[in-house]
Design a protein around this ligand. Structure first.
Ligand SMILES: [Zn+2]
Length: 258
């Protein structure tokens, strides 16, 4: 599932490719997406990320909002060919932007702009005071909290594991047991890891591809995710995998304090 760095990668590439261009046509190929408002003839002013969604701002004040969910991908095609599982296509003067999505969970909506930016985005606006007051005292595991979009925008399973390893904190710690300095450490590491992942155009563990179909490079940087049974790069302990909230968690029980 694309997380913050993957969506940020897409938005940067889209900004360079489609901003300033006019939408010549938009077509839906999957009835599950029926009802998208007409955007033909609109000019795209800019593309930005909001949490895990891609927002394409139009000159009439509306925005096209794409949420990729599980398997959604946005691909640029200079020709008119269509990949299997293409559900939506927007045609511009020099090519097509396609939504390819085998599992069909992705959504496309046209909304009126004027929505406030999120205040829980670690790569944008982040209200630490508000986080400490409204989220930090929850009884759920710290890893589960990191992945809750209401608490923090854009972090999924891969980056949550990596962030906690870098911060030296066990994923099994109750969120409420962490002090302010531990949260600061987590967010410092989170920003570093997310920045690096954006620079590497995301993590291609399974099927993540960027706008031009290229895999990202950040998978080489992973220290715990997918490394069950391997040595911890920091302390030489053995990385383990556990089930947590229905997802796999990877961590080092030796250097990630309980
Ligand atoms: Zn370790």
């Amino acid at each position: 599932m694309p997380e913050l760095p993957e969506v940020e990668t897409l938005c940067c590439q889209l900004q360079g490719k489609i901003a300033g261009k006019k939408i010549l046509a938009a077509k839906v190929f999957d009835h599950k997406l029926d009802g998208i408002a007409n955007v033909r003839g609109m000019r795209i002013c800019g593309v930005c990320r909001r949490g895990k969604t891609v927002e394409m701002r139009l000159h009439d004040g509306r925005s096209i909002v794409v949420h990729l969910r599980m398997s959604g991908r946005l691909f640029w095609r200079a020709d008119r060919k269509k990949e299997p599982h293409t559900r939506w296509r927007m045609t511009l003067v020099d090519g097509n932007l396609d939504l390819v999505d085998p599992r069909r969970f992705a959504t496309v909506r046209v909304v009126h702009a004027g929505r406030e930016s999120l205040s829980n985005d670690l790569m944008g606006r982040f209200d630490f005071r508000n986080f400490m007051q409204s989220q930090a005292g929850r009884r759920i595991h710290v890893k589960t909290l990191l992945m809750d979009p209401k608490a923090i925008a854009g972090i999924g399973n891969i980056y949550a594991c990596e962030i906690l390893h870098a911060a030296g904190i066990s994923p099994l710690r109750p969120a409420a047991s962490l002090g302010e300095s531990e949260w600061k450490k987590i967010f410092r590491q989170a920003r570093r890891i997310l920045r690096k992942a954006i620079a590497g155009r995301g993590t291609s563990i399974s099927e993540w591809r960027d706008l031009y179909g290229c895999p990202g490079e950040n998978q080489k940087e992973l220290k715990v995710y997918g490394r069950e049974g391997e040595d911890c790069v920091r302390c030489g302990g053995i990385i383990v995998r556990i089930r947590q909230g229905g997802r796999s968690t990877f961590y080092c029980p030796r250097c990630q304090e309980e």
